[in-house]
Design a protein around this ligand. Structure first.
Ligand code: ZN
Length: 281
């Protein structure tokens, strides 16, 4: 994948705060703060500079421990987020509202509650932001054997796809729906995969790098397809428990995820990303 570093305008960098403050507290202090926050109704983490709503750097340095390789990842995430959002702006016009990717380490307090990195990247409809711990990309590469920048870009553009769904009202429609391969919640995930593929279609066009955008190299498409297959519910369940329980699917099987990503990637038309017709509610 070829891209040019930009000004990081699509990034909200909380790497220096999210983990630092909490780690500094120790688990005992952390639990006490958690209970006190709950009891008082005040987010005490934010007073320590560990929450997203704080602007100061009380108690932490605010400077993330980082490496040149990690900084390159930040630039890549910014470049992909810029490119994908440009696409959505072109396609949706005034209906699209730009979002940002919040980078955190280990754990974060979002409008959707307290989240740990183990839950993976996520989109929070409450504050309309994408949350990402860059450490997930190491997992993707090692644990799930799906390395490569386009695999990472697929994960990111899938989350931006959830933002698009939120703006278009799809997210609201499936609230409280059941699980299973034909559920509306799986359809929502498959649509986000298809939206990610739509961006892949755009990035696979020649001359995009020259024009300042992100451009795929020949063979890159395989990286994302491998990633989509690696994080299918059946594959994850088998890894975790040794068996497959389709009635508990929340994101779709590997085959479903690959199918819908491909559909977006081949056609490049988000209007073809409608798994809802094939599912029950
Ligand atoms: Zn998702």
């Amino acid at each position: 994948m070829r891209w040019t570093p930009g000004d990081r305008g699509n990034i909200e960098d909380l790497r220096g705060r999210s983990a630092g403050g909490i780690a500094g507290l120790g688990i005992g202090g952390f639990l006490i703060l958690l209970v006190l926050s709950w009891a008082t109704g005040t987010n005490l983490f934010s007073l320590l500079g560990t929450g997203p709503s704080s602007s100061g750097s009380v108690g932490t340095s605010g400077e993330p421990r980082t490496s040149p390789a990690e900084e390159r990842l930040v630039d890549m995430v910014d470049a992909v987020a810029e490119d994908a959002q440009d696409m959505w702006e072109e396609m949706l016009g005034g209906r699209y509202e730009r979002t940002r990717v919040v980078l955190f380490r280990d754990a974060i307090q979002s409008a959707c509650g307290f989240a740990e990195s183990a839950t993976g990247p996520f989109y929070c409809p409450g504050d309309r932001k994408v949350y990402l711990d860059l450490g997930f990309f190491s997992d993707l590469s090692r644990r799930f054997a799906a390395p490569g920048e386009f695999a990472e870009a697929y994960v990111l553009t899938h989350e931006i796809g959830h933002h698009v769904q939120n703006l278009l009202g799809y997210t609201e429609r499936v609230r409280g729906s059941r699980t299973g391969p034909n559920s509306a919640s799986v359809a929502l995930e498959l649509q986000a995969d298809c939206f990610a593929g739509t961006w892949g279609h755009r990035a696979s066009q020649q001359g995009r790098f020259q024009a300042g955008g992100v451009e795929l190299d020949p063979g890159d498409a395989e990286q994302a397809i491998k990633a989509a297959a690696a994080i299918g519910d059946d594959r994850l369940q088998r890894m975790a428990t040794g068996r497959v329980m389709p009635e508990r699917f929340t994101h779709g099987s590997s085959a479903q995820r690959v199918e819908w990503f491909r559909r977006g990637m081949e056609g490049g038309d988000p209007r073809a990303c409608d798994p809802f017709g094939t599912t029950t509610r």
